[in-house]
Design a protein around this ligand. Structure first.
Ligand SMILES: *[C@@H]1O[C@H](CO)[C@@H](O)[C@H](O)[C@H]1NC(C)=O
Ligand SMILES: *[C@@H]1O[C@H](CO)[C@@H](O)[C@H](O)[C@H]1NC(C)=O
Ligand SMILES: *[C@@H]1O[C@H](CO)[C@@H](O)[C@H](O)[C@H]1NC(C)=O
Ligand SMILES: *[C@@H]1O[C@H](CO)[C@@H](O)[C@H](O)[C@H]1NC(C)=O
Length: 383
């Protein structure tokens, strides 16, 4: 694959000068547990894990694969819809330059946030700054492989997803063990998040990210974990209001960046309203339960994670939530469809690719590595 890609590039260079690189369009995904496809499995000390049954029960062979859901993530579904391959986890040992050129990379890590200090009690996770640092390493590898000019084109042509923020509230600001919970108020904390996110998106722009989607937050005060905080079992209104402020400010931030940064298509989208409606009227959307996790451990609530001893609901497609934090595959499908509607994008036309990778294969067979020496990226020092 790489051989033919290089010869194509060479041909294009000699005959037409531009474009240099008939590279495939791939995705680079930055996110938290809602987008993690296996990074945390390789962070052996991380307490945010989806490595036990019944995670992944409705995905591929049904074994845990690192996704914090029974099935697909929102980013999986949107990427499939766009006709793009599913990028493997950055820490997947089979990741090579050839795999990256064919599939992109997913840096998402359960417990990660926009802020470095978010999710500290999970011990190990990649926050967004760390994920961007890892992406920079990926760029160096690709430059060394195909040359600076072709790499520039490859990274400018790629699609970018940035989907973090929930943990900055749930596992930082709203927890009194974190300094941020007393240093800021609701308004100044959202401003702090936006200033940080703006710097991060500018860093990505400087590294060539031109087509970027940022996902907003859902009604996170209605996740089962938040509901058990009140005796009534109602949604936490303050938490929901924080998500709404985040979305409002995020939308403004992205509009501002898109007008100031040349050649950039930046889009912010959230599915807050539709998810809130699903939660209030589950049967209208074909769900039967919108307030408790499908995977639960008897009457013990919250059951922080889904484990082999947990009991599953009878029909997983009827539950909005898979565990205390995360939506089910069915709910993710609904969220993805809403975002697709909002972003209004078209399918990516892979003209340079002779045979597109099968969209539904979660574990693409990697091409054998040309270089037997281990990539410097496979053994990062997460912090
Ligand atoms: C956040 O973490 C990154 C590396 O993980 C580091 O380079 C950066 O200085 C940190 N930023 C802040 C504001 O602490
Ligand atoms: C924007 O695109 C034009 C035309 O392709 C190019 O000449 C210019 O260098 C680009 N600017 C940036 C900042 O990428
Ligand atoms: C879900 O289905 C059960 C059994 O059919 C029914 O008793 C219950 O009221 C339903 N719940 C909702 C929220 O529709
Ligand atoms: C994709 O590109 C091919 C060749 O240029 C064209 O025939 C086809 O209509 C395009 N498909 C879409 C969905 O744009």
């Amino acid at each position: 694959m790489n051989y033919s890609a290089s010869s194509l590039c060479f041909l294009a260079f000699t005959l037409f000068l531009i474009p240099l690189c008939h590279c495939k369009t791939v995705q680079f995904i930055f996110g938290d547990s809602l987008s993690d496809v296996g990074n945390n499995i390789y962070l052996s000390r991380s307490l945010a894990q989806a490595n036990l049954p019944w995670y992944g029960i409705d995905f591929g062979n049904g074994l845990p694969n690192g996704r914090f859901s029974n099935g697909r993530t929102v980013a999986d579904i949107i990427g499939d819809e766009m006709g793009l391959p599913r990028p493997p986890a950055f820490l997947d040992p089979s990741l090579t330059e050839d795999v990256i050129l064919e599939n992109g990379v997913n840096y998402a890590s359960g417990g990660g946030g926009i802020l470095n200090q978010t999710g500290g009690y999970f011990i190990q996770r990649f926050g967004l700054y760390k994920q961007i640092q890892l992406f920079q390493g990926t760029q160096e590898l690709i430059k060394a492989k195909i040359g600076k000019e072709k790499a520039k084109e490859f990274f400018e042509e790629a699609r970018y997803v940035v989907a973090l923020g929930s943990n900055d509230f749930i596992n930082n600001y709203l927890m009194p063990v974190y300094a941020d919970s007393w240093k800021y108020n609701d308004q100044t904390f959202v401003t702090y998040l936006m200033e940080t996110l703006r710097d991060q998106l500018k860093l990505l722009y400087g590294m060539g990210a031109r087509q970027l989607m940022v996902f907003g937050l859902g009604p996170m005060g209605c996740i089962p974990l938040q509901r058990v905080l009140s005796t009534s079992g109602d949604c936490q209104e303050r938490t929901n209001n924080l998500a709404l402020s985040f979305n409002k400010a995020g939308s403004k931030l992205l509009d501002g960046l898109a007008t100031r940064l040349p050649n950039a298509t930046y889009k912010f989208g959230d599915a807050y309203d539709v998810v809130a409606d699903v939660i209030s009227n589950p049967t209208k959307y074909g769900f039967n339960n919108s307030d408790s996790p499908c995977c639960s451990f008897g009457r013990i609530r919250p059951a922080l994670t889904c484990i082999p001893a947990s009991v599953l609901c009878k029909d997983r497609s009827k539950y909005v939530f898979w565990d205390e934090y995360h939506p089910s595959d069915k709910a993710n499908e609904l969220i993805a469809n809403e975002l697709i509607k909002k972003f209004g994008f078209l399918r990516v036309n892979q003209t340079g690719a002779p045979s597109p990778a099968p969209e539904s294969d979660p574990n693409p067979t990697p091409a054998p590595a040309a270089d037997p020496s281990p990539s410097p990226l496979i053994s990062p020092s997460p912090n």
